[in-house]
Design a protein around this ligand. Structure first.
Ligand code: GBH
Length: 443
């Protein structure tokens, strides 16, 4: 199996950026050299993480980062997307922690020296625990603390960063973390989900202003995840259900960025579930962005539900990855063309796309042909969207290497590089070789 695009694809041009992505908590380890964060706390609650694991070791990236930069370079990618651990770079009193800052400036310097573009996400879910203890994303004050963190860290980084994203997937923080409680901090109330989403978006807007002031030459934006919603049948009720699910899970996070309001499903809410929104909030949220990051993994199918309005249907007998997510590349094309029709989008980077597979290391090799096929199908889906006029300018594979997969612990492997957690040895999988060859074949 090869990764192959049509010969005339725009993605064959060197102007298109290819990269690999990671996130701080999922790879760094070295928890003792930073403040505790909500994921440390969450991992300590029995039953929350499927294998009972935590971020204590992970990929020991803080120790092995030089080796990991070699690894990234060996793939021949144009860019590396990483996230900054807020609890590693800031002290409780709001001052910068020089040791934590040095870790990232050394890393960024090394990447820059090797001509690898740096895509930095300021928040990939690891909120300092002392801020959660003060209400976390249910406290409006946290949005201002985030803007202050953005201010200090971007000044410290100077011109080292090619692109900043404020947040990774506010949906996951608000819905998974505060509404259904399967992610940190593990709270479960609809009103919490909606309120935290609003303060996360407010924090994005406040931080965007800071980024444009402190780092006007970098490409600044946000990363959103989308799970496109399809209706189980053509019945009006199911079509309506899919539309409501789409408003709730997807449009909720993008519509305010452009249209200065939430989707109309907000009018279905019970009074106590409607978030507190202050005058002027939408003007802050809708700061112009230089790029939009889109993370895509799978789609979801919905049917009407008398109680909840919509409920997800399991796609039995359909191809799935080993984490149970349906493999449906057409949804990627549909997503990109529909967003392009709905909003005046800036250039788009696909900031994550990938598959979890139960990889096995056999005689020093991992023959993950199913993952190669996933990448081939999804890169072609992106190419189809580009052909239909969508301005996608970059693509990042999730992930550089196997890592801590949140509530799934270390059981699910998303890497194109295999990690043996006993020895911390990294081994390129077949998908890494195919991705490398595909990238190097560009004109
Ligand atoms: C991303 O989250 C994260 O940014 C990254 O840290 C993580 O490792 C990676 O993806 C893999 O999970 O329940 O079948 O409807 C993605 C989160 C994935 C949430 C798809 C919604 C819907 C699947 N999204 N999921 S399903």
């Amino acid at each position: 199996m090869k990764i192959m695009l049509p010969a005339d694809s725009k993605m064959h041009s060197k102007a298109f950026t290819f990269g690999v992505a990671t996130a701080s908590f999922q790879i760094e380890g070295a928890v003792a050299s930073r403040l505790p964060c909500i994921w440390d706390t969450f991992c300590a609650i029995p039953e929350k993480i499927r294998d009972g694991s935590d971020g204590e070791q992970a990929c020991e990236h803080v120790k092995l980062w030089r080796e990991d930069v070699d690894l990234i370079e060996s793939l021949g990618v144009d860019a590396y997307r990483l996230s900054i651990s807020w609890p590693r770079v800031m002290n409780k009193d709001g001052s910068l922690n020089p040791q934590g800052v040095k870790f990232y400036t050394d890393l960024l310097d090394e990447l820059n020296q090797r001509g690898i573009k740096t895509f930095v996400t300021l928040y990939h879910w690891d909120l300092p625990q002392h801020i959660e203890d003060n209400g976390g994303w249910l406290n409006r004050e946290t949005a201002y603390l985030f803007a202050d963190y953005a201010d200090k860290i971007t000044q410290a980084f100077g011109d080292r960063v090619y692109s900043y994203a404020t947040f990774n997937e506010p949906f996951c923080s608000s819905y998974l973390g505060y509404e259904i409680g399967v992610h940190a901090p593990g709270l479960a109330k609809k009103a919490y989900g909606r309120q935290s989403a609003h303060y996360l978006l407010l924090a994005h807007g406040l931080a965007m202003k800071v980024l444009q002031k402190n780092s006007p030459n970098s490409l600044n934006g946000i990363v959103l995840n989308f799970t496109p919603c399809y209706s189980a049948t053509d019945s009006a009720a199911d079509v309506e259900a899919a539309s409501k699910a789409d408003q709730y899970f997807n449009q909720w996070y993008i519509k305010p960025l452009f249209d200065r309001c939430y989707p109309e499903i907000i009018y279905d809410f019970a009074v106590e579930d409607v978030p507190i929104i202050e005058d002027g909030d939408f003007d802050i949220i809708a700061q112009p962005i230089d790029f939009l990051g889109i993370n895509f993994y799978t789609r979801a199918v919905y049917e009407a539900d008398a109680v909840n309005g919509f409920s997800q249907v399991d796609m039995v007998d359909k191809p799935k990855t080993d984490i149970g997510w349906e493999i449906y590349p057409q949804a990627f094309t549909d997503l990109l063309t529909s967003l392009n029709a709905l909003y005046p989008l800036p250039p788009i980077y696909i900031t994550e796309n990938g598959a979890a597979m139960d990889d096995k290391l056999v005689n020093g090799k991992v023959d993950d042909q199913d993952r190669v096929e996933y990448y081939n199908g999804h890169l072609n889906a992106v190419n189809n969207a580009i052909e239909q006029g969508v301005n996608v300018v970059g693509y990042f594979a999730w992930s550089l290497m196997d890592n801590f997969e949140w509530a799934e612990g270390y059981l699910k492997r998303f890497g194109i590089v295999y990690v043996d957690y006993q020895t911390q040895q990294r081994t390129l999988k077949a998908s890494a070789y195919e991705y490398r060859d595909f990238i190097s074949a560009r004109k």
